[in-house]
Write a new protein. Structure first.
Length: 90
């Protein structure tokens, strides 16, 4: 499922970019260690508060909500386990 998830995440980036979201992601996969078919998604942003404000501005648009709602429905079928981390690079 990792390949399908990577492709779907790229589609999500395209939707958000089309509507003005500023952050592009980097997708990493790991099929050799730990959990099999691990997919890691990274966003590089200026800071958490700036990215949240811009994200919410984009997500406030009805057309984005409709597109991302359909995207999220499919995403739910591709994920078995999730973990989240926030890291600051200085």
């Amino acid at each position: 499922m990792a390949g399908a998830l990577v492709e779907h995440m790229r589609m999500g980036d395209q939707i958000m970019s089309k509507h003005g979201a500023p952050a592009a992601s980097r997708i990493l996969t790991d099929d050799m260690t730990g959990r099999s078919d691990r997919v890691v998604l990274e966003w590089e942003v200026e800071g958490p508060s700036a990215s949240n404000t811009e994200f919410y501005q984009v997500m406030a648009k009805t057309e984005v909500q409709e597109e991302m709602g359909l995207w999220m429905e499919k995403l739910a079928t591709l994920i078995d386990h999730t973990e989240g981390e926030t890291r600051v690079v200085q």
